[in-house]
Design a protein around this ligand. Structure first.
Ligand SMILES: NC(=O)c1ccc[n+]([C@@H]2O[C@H](COP(=O)([O-])OP(=O)(O)OC[C@H]3O[C@@H](n4cnc5c(N)ncnc54)[C@H](OP(=O)(O)O)[C@@H]3O)[C@@H](O)[C@H]2O)c1
Length: 295
């Protein structure tokens, strides 16, 4: 809680008996910013609806999902530690969920089936595009991305970048995990954790998908050497607390373009909002400031 202030108040929406309902299932769930951003949009668009935090123990996950469905919810987001359980529970998996091996968005269909989507990777791509930082690919010259990390977020981001036509490589402290990721996503290269800084000149995009650099994480001061970067390298960090991670500060010092992680968080929420509440919500500076004020 460093950049904190109270989020400015928006008028609270009055709920009727026809209100549309959704929420986020997690254990714990109190850290989630999803209620803040969905309720901001509900208020901004004057929608008769609500989005609530749902603290659910892993033992009760399936029971809770079936209960929400029976109670008329439109669907839910799913966060740690339920993303794999949600993958196993869904009847229909979107392409994004199959590629990510996880589900973060559930949509309850009128016929009782549950659709599972993974919006993290597309949220990252959309946030790059919104800032005009996505590299243009040509048939003759494919662009290259290097991802630091091989966890759940890395898989979603790697799959989405591959789907956009980029050549993607990963490097991870634990090489076995990177190799497992390469098995799941054909075409993915694995680069040694000890050597990626020296090879940086080959890449157009660098993305930190580890928790390094995160406030309260394993190494908040993580500041790799970017001296070998090509001048056009875009450096992205999916960590969003702090806003300027040491990696991004180093990139700025080298004169490179940068992208912070909050945009991914905001953009990944849009698809669920559209499915549940019937409106395509906008990600803009007001929303970013509103959510940022809650950290
Ligand atoms: N912006 C967004 O919307 C968004 C969305 C999702 C996640 N995130 C953020 O992304 C980060 C990763 O999330 P995740 O779900 O992918 O976590 P995860 O599955 O637990 O993966 C963690 C990754 O961090 C690496 N790591 C952890 N400690 C390390 C250390 N001391 N040295 C080197 N590598 C280390 C791990 O490497 P090993 O395999 O070697 O342990 C692994 O690659 C978190 O900070 C999360 O908040 C942001």
């Amino acid at each position: 809680m460093t950049e904190s202030a109270q989020a400015p108040m928006l008028p609270r929406q009055i709920l009727t008996g026809k209100a549309r309902l959704a929420g986020v299932l997690g254990w714990p769930v109190s850290h989630s910013r999803s209620p803040v951003l969905h309720n901001y949009w509900l208020s901004r668009y004057g929608i008769d609806g609500a989005y609530v935090p749902l603290p659910v123990h892993p033992d009760n996950f399936e029971q809770a999902v079936r209960g929400l469905q029976a109670a008329g919810f439109r669907g839910a987001n799913v966060t740690i530690p339920h993303k794999e359980a949600a993958y196993a529970l869904t009847d229909d998996l979107d392409h994004s969920a199959q590629r990510a091996g996880a589900v973060n968005t559930l949509v309850f269909q009128p016929d009782g089936r549950i659709r599972g989507i993974s919006t993290d990777g597309d949220g990252f791509v959309d946030s790059m595009k919104a800032e005009g930082l996505f590299p243009h690919t040509h048939a003759t010259e494919r662009k290259r991305a290097l991802l630091l990390g091989a966890g759940g977020a890395a898989r979603s981001v790697a799959a989405a970048l591959q789907d956009q036509g980029l050549d993607v490589a990963v490097t991870n402290r634990t090489v076995e995990r990177a190799e497992k990721l390469a098995d799941a996503l054909p075409g993915l290269d694995v680069v040694s954790w000890a050597e990626w800084e020296a090879q940086l000149g080959m890449y157009d995009v660098l993305v930190n998908t580890t928790s390094l650099g995160m406030e309260g994480g394993p190494d908040p001061m993580f500041r790799p050497n970017l001296k070998r970067a090509a001048h056009h390298l875009v450096v992205a960090d999916i960590v969003y607390v702090p806003r300027l991670t040491p990696l991004l500060a180093e990139a700025e010092q080298q004169g490179l373009k940068t992208l912070g992680g909050l945009g991914m968080l905001l953009h990944q929420a849009r698809l669920g909002f559209r499915e549940w509440f019937g409106q395509d919500p906008e990600v803009d500076a007001d929303l970013e400031a509103y959510v940022r004020a809650t950290f």
